[in-house]
Ligand binder design. Structure first.
Ligand code: BTN
Length: 249
């Protein structure tokens, strides 16, 4: 794959609407190599679905634009969601020693509050691109986060981060993510299944759906779906089905 090489092109911008939009502009201009677009702040950061991603200064806001040589499969795209959250978690755990969790499908949690999230867009026009947007409230001040998200958000601003700097985070994240991406595009998913499930807060536990039913969570399977089962039923949830799960601690 083209992106086997590490990201050498990092474009650092100050204030943008969204790094996803910036990435799209680069793609439209005929981008032919992987880039990471990072911004200090975003005016209208995008979250999954119709959510906004509040993006005050101090956080990490980046979109990787990766050109693909051939169509990505649904499974590969699904696994890129998991890879992005695993990469953030691995880097933060290694560099800070803090215990960072992931919630399915790809939310990054610390002390049971949201620290980061991932947004993936697959562009399959004349040329094929994967845009991987990652937001982490790394050093931001929680008081600057939009009011509707503030209560459930957390940042690492006041944690002992040892020597972690924004630049270090960016380089280590790129390195970790791209290694996982290579596994995915070689159709090698088992490592990521294990990495994800070992960090999933309700792995091998009972979970409740919003419709009141209760299931045992077996984690994600090799096809990338979340496998739930009870005495009468088996469910395989796709990322879009994440709203079905009742929010739990
Ligand atoms: C979510 O959990 O809802 C996903 C949040 C993704 C936010 C990142 S920040 C960088 C990139 N640019 C955006 O506008 N969104 C993503």
């Amino acid at each position: 794959m083209v992106f086997k090489t590490l990201i050498k092109n990092i474009i650092h911008l100050s204030t943008v609407n969204s790094t996803m939009d910036e990435a799209l502009s680069f793609v439209k201009e005929g981008l032919d190599h992987p880039v990471l677009i990072v911004a200090d702040e975003q005016r209208s950061g995008k979250g999954r679905g119709k959510n906004i991603w509040s993006s005050p200064k101090g956080g990490f806001y980046g979109t990787y634009a990766l050109p693909l040589e051939k169509q990505a499969t649904e499974q590969q795209i699904l696994f890129m969601h998991y890879a992005a959250s695993i990469a953030v978690q691995q880097v933060l755990e290694k560099e800070t020693g803090l215990e960072i969790k992931t919630k399915w499908p790809n939310d990054i949690y610390f002390r049971n509050k949201k620290l980061g999230g991932v947004l993936i867009e697959y562009l399959s026009g004349d040329k094929l691109f994967l845009l991987i947007g990652i937001g982490v409230n790394l050093f931001s001040n929680v008081d600057d986060i939009a009011e509707e998200h503030r209560k459930k958000s957390i940042s690492l601003q006041f944690e002992d981060k040892q020597k972690l700097s924004m630049n270090q985070f960016i380089y280590k994240l790129s390195d970790t993510l791209l290694k996982l991406a290579v596994e995915i595009f070689e159709n090698n998913f088992s490592n990521i299944v294990d990495l994800f499930n070992s960090r999933l807060s309700y792995f091998e536990k009972e979970i409740k759906l919003k419709n009141g039913s209760q299931y045992f969570c077996r984690g994600i399977n090799n096809s990338g779906k979340l496998h739930l089962e009870n005495e009468v039923d088996i469910l395989q949830l796709k990322i879009e089905d994440n709203e079905m799960i009742l929010e739990m601690d």
